[in-house]
Design a binder for this molecule. Sequence first.
Ligand SMILES: C[S@@+](CC[C@H](N)C(=O)[O-])C[C@H]1O[C@@H](n2cnc3c(N)ncnc32)[C@H](O)[C@@H]1O
Length: 296
Amino acid sequence: MTEPQYTHVSVLADETVDLLITEKKGTYVDATLGMGGHTARLLAALPQEANVLGIDWDPEMAGVAARNLAPFGERVKIAQGNFANIDEIVAREGIRSLSGALFDLGISSLHFDKPSRGFSLKHDGPLDMRINPDNPLTAYTIINQWPYEQIEHLIRVCGERHSGRITRAVLEARRVKPLETTAELAALIAKVAPARGEKIHPATKTFLALRVAVNYEFDNLTRGIQKIMPLLKPGARMGIITFHSLEDRIVKETFRIMAKMGGWELVTRKPVKPSEAEVLTNKRARSAKLRVIEKL
Ligand SMILES: C[S@@+](CC[C@H](N)C(=O)[O-])C[C@H]1O[C@@H](n2cnc3c(N)ncnc32)[C@H](O)[C@@H]1O
C-alpha cells in the first residue's frame, strides 16, 4: 500500500519572514524544520547567498524536509537532532554565528495524521507520542507504569480540571490490562469526564500533557533558547511560535528576563496572532502566537 501524502500548512509564515529577516546574506537556523515550509519561505525571501540550517529531532521529518527542499540545493543544510543541543549541532555544521533563528514549536500535521505515531485523538494508534523514536519514554510507559501522583500532577498542570477522576480511571483500567492504544485512552477519558459544551475532545488536555512529558518539551524549549543566545549576531532575531499557554508563558517570561538583563530588545511587545483569514483556512493556527526578540 502506498503511504498517504501528508501536508503541513506553515503558521504565521508571512509574519515570520517579515519579522525574522534583518540581514539579507546571512545564515539562519530553523530549529523545528518539520516539512520545511518556513525554511522554504525564508529562502524564497532571501538572496542566493543566504542559507538556512534546518533541524528536526524526528529523523522521518528530516527526510521529508530534505525531499521538499531539494530545489534549494546547497542553500539548505539539514541536521537531525534535538534543538536543546543546538550549540553542538551548529558547531558540527561549521557555523560560527547566526543571522536569525526560528522555533515553531510542537509537532507537525504528519505527526497528528499518521496513526502509527500515536499522537492523535482522531486516529487509533499505539500510545507512543515520541517525536524521536529513539526516545526511551513513551506515552504507554507513563499511562501504564507511572504512579497516581505523577500522572495526576502532569495532567493537572497542563490544565485538565478532571485530573483526579481521569487518573483514577486509568489506574483502575490498567489493573485489569494495560491500556494500549490512543482510542482506548480517549474513550476511557470521554467516559469518566464527558465534554459539557466544550468544543474540544475531553481527552485533548491529557493527550497534550502526555506529549509534553514524553518529549521533555518545556525543558528542551528552555535549553534551546539558552543555547542559541550566544550564537546570534548583534542585530539578529529569535522568533518563537507557540501553540498553548504553557509554552507561551515560558517564552514570554524568558524574553522578559532577557530584555531586563540588557543586550536584548523585544520586537513584539504583544504576541503576533494569525489573521481571521489564516484561521479560517488553517484551524491549527487558531492558538498560535509569535514572539520575537532582537540581540542588540
Ligand atoms: C510545528 S512543526 C514545524 C513545521 C514547520 N515550521 C513547517 O513549516 O513545515 C514542529 C517540528 O519541530 C520538531 N521538533 C519538536 N521538538 C523538537 C526538538 N526538541 N528539536 C528539534 N525538532 C523538534 C517536530 O518534529 C516537528 O517536525
